[in-house]
Design a protein around this ligand. Sequence first.
Ligand code: NAP
Length: 299
Amino acid sequence: MNGATIIDGKAFAADLRARVAERAAAFIATSGTTPGLAVVLVGEDPASQVYVRNKAKQTVECGMRSFEHRLSVETSQGDLLDLVHRLNADPAVNGILVQLPLPPQIDEAAVLAAIDPAKDVDGFHVVNTGKLAVGAADAMVPCTPLGCLMMLKHYGGELSGKRALVLGRSNIVGKPMAALLLKESCTVTIAHSRTRDLADECRRAEILVAAVGRPHMVKGDWVAPGATVIDVGINRIPAPEKGEGKTRLVGDVDFDACVGHAGAITPVPGGVGPMTIACLLRNTLVAACDQAGVARPEI
Ligand code: NAP
């Protein structure tokens, strides 16, 4: 089999951002309020700095307000919690995102728990994970799995009844992804490091979402003919062909080996990655609508 659709995450995310900008403009016109997103970065991790810069830029491009809080790597848990409490109380802030990972002196769970669930645009607060688990319509859904679901709905055909395999069971990707697919009436299997016969599990899947953090783990003969493959993994590997000491990004899926088997597949980079920030902007607008008592827009 050949001729898989290569899912263009960049274009898909640009479309989503355009829809968010349009709905944000309508919300601003009717409510007189501009949705605001506060992003908190503790420390100077270079990758996190790039993410935070991109988030701020794209928030403003969508017509919303961006508030950046950059704190020293030595910030205490108490000081970070004080900031979160101030943002919770600030009416100009509709969404709060604390960039992970946090330095070791800070208890990540305590910080996530301190965020007002109504402003939890990352969807990591247990109130929102609980709502997602029971299928509540007003859950704030984590951005990366939400982006994957949007692409699956567009490229994967009818989801109801399909066999889906989610590879990875993290709280930020694997578990919410599985909950979303279950809500779409897929038959969902969650695989992880203790799963036996992983290749066989993968081969049964009509939808395969890989979120493991292991470069090129999913091989070509693990993919059922025509399956839709979503690769969440972002792994940096040496790329001597680009010069000494150079690196490149690859996914958890061996793209070149799998593209001939899949019906549709996301590349890395340019697949899931761009959707994550677009979904964050969507969640910020949704949070602003919820807080204003306005119906959530269809986006
Ligand atoms: P994580 O918290 O490290 O979880 C990895 C999961 O993979 C765990 O459940 C682990 O199983 C499982 N796993 C690890 N090795 C395995 C193996 N050999 N066989 C089967 N399962 C295995 O990672 P994460 O935060 O979910 O992220 C996963 C990947 O997605 C990373 O590459 C990350 O960079 C990327 N990511 C991308 C985006 C984006 O915007 N595109 C967003 C978030 C994450 P156990 O639970 O048994 O240990």
